[in-house]
Write a protein that binds this ligand. Structure first.
Ligand SMILES: Cc1cc2nc3c(=O)[nH]c(=O)nc-3n(C[C@H](O)[C@H](O)[C@H](O)COP(=O)(O)OP(=O)(O)OC[C@H]3O[C@@H](n4cnc5c(N)ncnc54)[C@H](O)[C@@H]3O)c2cc1C
Length: 323
């Protein structure tokens, strides 16, 4: 990993394995991850482009799902993994996620003849502004820019030319390779996302499941991306939930509600502290005070921070799923 300041000065560079033998980074393109997971399933298992419009309980304990194309489905078990604006979470009584005061531009630089970077995660820290990039394949490099916009994230923008322009304006005069990455990103890969989270306070927040409906991933625990753990936690949730459900289904339908509750109880101590920690880390990284940023760049990052303990949260052993 290499951490640089906005003027291109290297603040610190290290290998994960030198800091902590258990650490490594793997950058995966979202599309590839989703295709890989979907391809493991029998054909026709996933019905794409099925947007949930309405959900309601039915009298026999099943759940009625109404899709926006008019189709209705009667489900014995519903696993809501429908992201930060989850209609299922809303139906279960969860509040809207809260805006953290900063937003992110993201994109994927494409180099058809091969990208020029080493297998490094690169961060660049400015004031109230930070960026990063990491190769995700021999021809593609993911990049992001996080910037403060405290009062509101501003209007939703879909015009790729405007998104690209705004992203470039933020990092004008920053290292040239970042600007080039933005230029090399196809329109459809560039997006802007307001960063949000929801803290699952015990006693105040509803549990992860109600009857035979359960939440997974961002639908349950949206977190800011400052620890790079949102998707990782969604995958962990899935493995733990699968194990609980597989055992319950073997024991009969009566065990299912208990299994969903047990999943929520097991996962809460993992996801709640991570959500809080990600938020606090974000507040530190988005500092814009000149003196504080100077101390961060000249003392804290180069001399004080030991990365092993800081990255300890990435260690989680799901144990393999058995057939
Ligand atoms: C800037 C940024 C950087 C990030 N970096 C990282 C990182 O480095 N590492 C990491 O682990 N995580 C990272 N994350 C977080 C990660 O993207 C999310 O945690 C992850 O995508 C959550 O997965 P999910 O399946 O729960 O939700 P999503 O990926 O949001 O998927 C939800 C799905 O539900 C669908 N859906 C929504 N509404 C409906 C509906 N009404 N009916 C049917 N379907 C619906 C959506 O179309 C989508 O396909 C980052 C996030 C951001 C914003």
């Amino acid at each position: 990993m290499a951490v640089n300041s906005e003027d291109g000065r290297e603040l610190r560079s290290f290998k994960f394995k030198d800091e902590d033998q258990t650490q490594e980074v793997r950058a995966v393109e979202r599309r590839i991850l989703l295709e890989t997971l979907a391809n493991e399933l029998p054909p026709e298992t996933v019905r794409f482009s099925s947007k949930l419009g309405k959900i309601q309980s039915s009298e026999n304990g099943e759940t009625l799902l109404q899709l926006t194309d008019g189709t209705t489905l009667l489900a014995k078990i519903v696993i809501g993994c429908d992201g930060i604006r989850s209609p299922i979470a809303k139906w279960m009584g969860f509040s809207e996620p809260k805006y953290a005061g900063y937003s992110a531009f993201r994109g994927l630089g494409v180099y058809p003849d091969g990208q020029p970077f080493a297998a490094n995660v690169n961060y660049i820290y400015g004031r109230g502004l930070r960026a990063g990039y990491v190769p995700v394949s021999p021809t593609k490099v993911y990049w992001f820019i996080c910037y403060n916009s405290p009062s509101s994230p501003g209007p939703k923008i879909t015009d790729p030319a405007l998104l690209r322009k705004q992203a470039k304006e933020l990092v004008n005069n920053w290292p040239e390779e970042l600007i080039r990455l933005i230029d090399l990103s196809p329109d459809e890969t560039i997006s802007k996302t307001p960063l949000v989270d929801r803290w699952l306070w015990p006693g105040l927040s509803p549990p992860a499941s109600a009857s035979k409906v359960v939440l997974v991933g961002d639908a349950w625990h949206p977190m800011t991306p400052n620890l790079g753990q949102g998707a990782c936690c969604a995958l962990e949730d899935s493995v733990i939930l699968t194990k609980k459900l597989a055992n319950a289904i073997k024991s009969g339908p009566a065990a299912i509600e208990g299994a969903l509750r047990a999943y929520g109880e097991e996962r809460w101590p993992r996801v709640f502290p991570l959500t809080v920690r990600a938020n606090l880390v974000g507040s530190l990284l988005q500092w814009d005070n000149q003196l504080v940023c100077s101390i961060r760049n000249n003392i804290v990052i180069p001399k004080l921070v030991r990365l092993g303990p800081v990255l300890e949260h990435t260690n989680f052993e799901c144990e393999p799923l058995k057939a």
